[in-house]
Design a protein around this ligand. Sequence first.
Ligand code: OAD
Length: 256
Amino acid sequence: MNTDPLDIERGRDLLADARSVIILTGAGISAESGIPTFRGEEGLWRNFRAEELATPEAFARDPRLVWEWYDLRRQKVLECAPNAAHDRIAEWLTRNEGVVLATQNVDGLHERAWLDVGQVDGGRLLEIHGTLFRVRCTACGRESPHREPVDSSSPDTLPHCEACGGLLRPAVVWFGEALDPAIIGGAFEAAEGADVCVVVGTSAVVQPAASLATVTRETGGRIIEINPESTPLTPICDVSLRGTAVACVPALLSDI
Ligand code: OAD
């Protein structure tokens, strides 16, 4: 992989002239933190069956199994730290109010990186597929933060709602479920108004997230993509940086 310095400069010029920017990230940005992607060689969906673990039907059938898997993912993520790409984006967010960050990741690393440098603005961090570190009650719908280990040895030891006693589930979006309209609506609004959409580490095959960049393009904005591989978005990108997130994000965003 050899990222042309001229491409980095072209990307930096686009960003220097931009007043509003949306950054869309996927699992690839966390790969260098040690978190597996979904569709890569060691990808989660290559080693686990999504329909047995990440659907409402799977949870209704066997909540212990689903919780066991999510708890394992949580514990693994807690052993990992934000990398230089998360850090650089967080620092950029604190300095530029016109930047919105929409992530498909549920690993919470963007939030951790942002907390390290300042107070997180929830309106500018849009976790469109939810997060591993919140739960939602299956009975009353109440959501709350939740980071404690989950004991999935029996149905009774699974986490239950403090308000109504209902079974709690991870507040992530599962296959077949709708996205939170306020969150995805906010992301599309940002994409429509953006001068530039920076897409980092996503295969761009899962909708509607993948359309965010297309919307920016259709409304007159530009697209910068960072990914070691080409994706379905590559043909419509103005700048393609063919490298890893840690190699390219700091170089793209430093001092602008
Ligand atoms: P994928 O696993 O589909 O794609 C990861 C992308 O990251 C690929 O395009 C890789 O080439 C790229 N990549 C790998 N290492 C990288 C690195 N070091 N730096 C930059 N890029 C790198 O993951 P997503 O696109 O995030 O949804 O997947 C989208 C959604 O599919 C996920 O949010 C998840 C999954 O099903 C839900 O769980 C709802």
